[in-house]
Design a protein around this ligand. Structure first.
Ligand SMILES: [Zn+2]
Ligand SMILES: [Zn+2]
Ligand SMILES: [Zn+2]
Length: 142
């Protein structure tokens, strides 16, 4: 993705703040989903509440989505572009590496359309794949 942080904030009608810009920069550089504690570590000093609110706002506005990976730690990744404050369209699978614990978006793997049994309403469907990631298989230490 070639987007600039300023552009992303504009596209989602979000005011520019130092923390928002910094968080977006970190997401743009990452090729994996990030947890709040990982983000915290990237700052010399950041208010945890501010960071938490930033992530929540980004999620609500369609900037980032929750990359569910079957673990208890929520991780987030940038949305592909067509998400907004009304709806997310991140129907791709996520991959969780059992070796290094990283979580990746598999953008090209789109979840099939599920048919709920009569009387049920499906709001979300998540596809999680687990195994060993490319980095670990190639022996590159994370
Ligand atoms: Zn999204
Ligand atoms: Zn790995
Ligand atoms: Zn994703």
């Amino acid at each position: 993705m070639q987007l600039r942080p300023e552009q992303i904030l504009n596209d989602h009608q979000l005011r520019r703040t130092a923390v928002r810009l910094a968080v977006l920069r970190i997401f743009l550089e990452a090729d994996e989903a990030l947890s709040q504690s990982y983000l915290e570590q990237q700052f010399e000093q950041v208010d945890r509440i501010t960071l938490y609110r930033t992530l929540r706002t980004f999620e609500q506005k369609g900037v980032i989505h929750r990359a569910l990976d079957g673990t208890d730690t929520p991780k987030y990744a940038l949305c592909a572009g067509e998400c907004n404050e009304h709806a997310h369209h991140d129907h791709h699978a996520h991959f969780h590496c059992d070796d290094c614990g990283r979580t990746y978006c598999l953008e090209e793997m789109v979840a099939p359309r599920f048919h709920a049994p009569r009387g049920f309403r499906v709001d979300e469907a998540h596809m999680v794949l687990t195994g060993v990631c490319k980095e670990c298989l190639e022996g590159v230490s994370p």
